[in-house]
Design a protein around this ligand. Structure first.
Ligand code: FES
Ligand SMILES: [Fe+2]
Length: 405
């Protein structure tokens, strides 16, 4: 049997990924390819962090719901008849059928298999022909709830009921992007969901990356956002998110063939705001690309060691949808952004293949990759704290303790 690579030496070696960028190296390729590391990462990250699942605007009316899944957990997110939001497991408490699919509006969730019926808060209301079953009490049964928080119109859930609130640790990110007024921005249409054959961190690092901007994307659709104008503000150590600012060669730069905004500008932006793009990242699931006319949101959902799903949605200023030809203007943006994303996705797919190679190494960084260090600084302490916890509770199987002699 293959020995576990998860040991003290492995976790001590991660420290080289959180050195100053001039000295740091990338995370080990194993972190992107291994089943064992993915299972560890669920414990270290996904079981206790806030995970973005969608926008509040997907749940306008009482009874509205949508389903999603992350790290293999099927979830329902809904608005109950009193208007309160809930997130819960979609797995029926009878024999594990998923009680809802897709999205829509319901007064209750009726499991299609044997018609157990759950209220919108997840409590079991009815289980037909269960009256002869011993020690069965409907009132004890509910779809397990998740903690839920909203931030700027995004819905976040957490498997950990003791998780500290998210918003206080997003104070600095929120201040940096407040003039986009994302909470009140309007969604352009339903988001697009894609399934990808690469690790969620490959996706997230690509969303973060200033270095490739005018190299991989060299050409008239991106050259006006040069990598050389990227900067990475230092945020407090406990921040739940981080930022890249990227100056642009002209104001109101936009991803379309005219290179300039073609939709109404977010009205509170200053002259300086309009001379840059902001990339905001809230790991492990939400990346935002903020231009003067549109906020593109990317919800990355880990689905396995070498797979992820991503929802891509677009937000515009209130009232922007009323401008003549709005849908055609959005098509112009989608056409250019789609070409850029196709370049990214081609690279992501081949990076994942490269990471599996025996020749894959821990690489070095350019100064234009500051956001990768920010992600490492978010990840590595979580990995190390979880490993220490596992060792303490004897759930881990450390091979040797390299901290003692
Ligand atoms: S599995 Fe849901 S009612 Fe049987
Ligand atoms: Fe890109």
């Amino acid at each position: 049997m293959k020995a576990s690579i998860l040991n003290d030496e492995f976790f001590n070696n991660l420290d080289s990924s959180i050195l100053p960028i001039e000295e740091a190296e990338t995370l080990p390729p194993f972190c992107y390819t291994s089943d064992e590391f993915y299972e560890f990462e669920k414990e270290a990250v996904f079981n206790s962090e806030w995970l973005c699942v969608g926008r509040v605007s997907q749940l306008d009316k009482p009874g509205d719901y949508f389903t999603t899944s992350i790290v293999g957990e099927p979830l329902i997110v809904c608005r109950d008849l009193k208007g309160e939001l809930h997130a819960m497991s979609a797995v029926c408490r009878h024999r594990a059928m998923l009680v809802a699919e897709g999205n829509g509006n319901k007064r209750s969730f009726v499991c299609p298999y044997h018609h157990w019926t759950y209220a919108l808060d997840g409590s079991l209301r009815n289980g037909p022909a269960m009256e002869k079953t011993c020690n069965f009490s409907k009132s004890d049964i509910r779809l397990p709830p998740l903690k839920l928080e909203t931030w700027l119109g995004f819905i976040f859930v957490n498997f950990d009921h003791d998780a500290a609130p998210l918003a206080p640790r997003l104070k600095y990110v929120e201040e940096a992007i407040q003039r986009y007024d994302i909470a009140n921005a309007e969604v352009v249409g339903p988001h697009q969901t894609s399934v990808f054959p690469w690790n969620w961190k490959v996706m997230f690092e690509n969303n973060n990356d200033g270095y490739h901007a005018n190299r991989l994307h060299h050409g008239p659709l991106h050259d006006f956002i040069p990598s050389s104008m990227a900067s990475f503000p230092k945020l407090p150590d406990d921040t739940a998110g981080y930022l890249r600012y990227n100056g642009t060669l002209h104001p109101d730069a936009s991803f379309n063939a005219t290179q300039k905004a073609i939709l109404p500008i977010f009205p509170k932006l200053t002259k300086d705001d309009r001379k840059q793009l902001i990339f905001a990242n809230i790991p492990p699931s939400l990346s935002l690309v903020l231009t003067s006319e549109m906020v593109i949101y990317l919800i990355v959902r880990a689905t396995g060691p070498e797979t992820n799903e991503m929802d891509v949605g677009e937000l515009v200023a209130p009232g922007a949808k009323n401008v003549p030809g709005f849908s055609h203007l959005v098509e112009m943006i989608d056409s250019a952004a789609g070409k850029i994303m196709a370049q990214d996705q081609h690279v992501d797919e081949l990076v994942q293949i490269g990471l599996r190679s025996r020749f894959a190494v821990r690489g070095r960084y350019s100064w234009q990759e500051g956001a990768q260090i920010d992600l490492n600084n978010w990840l590595v302490p979580r990995y190390k704290a979880c490993w220490q916890q596992m060792r303490k509770s004897k759930l881990g199987t450390p091979e040797r303790d390299s901290t003692s002699s």
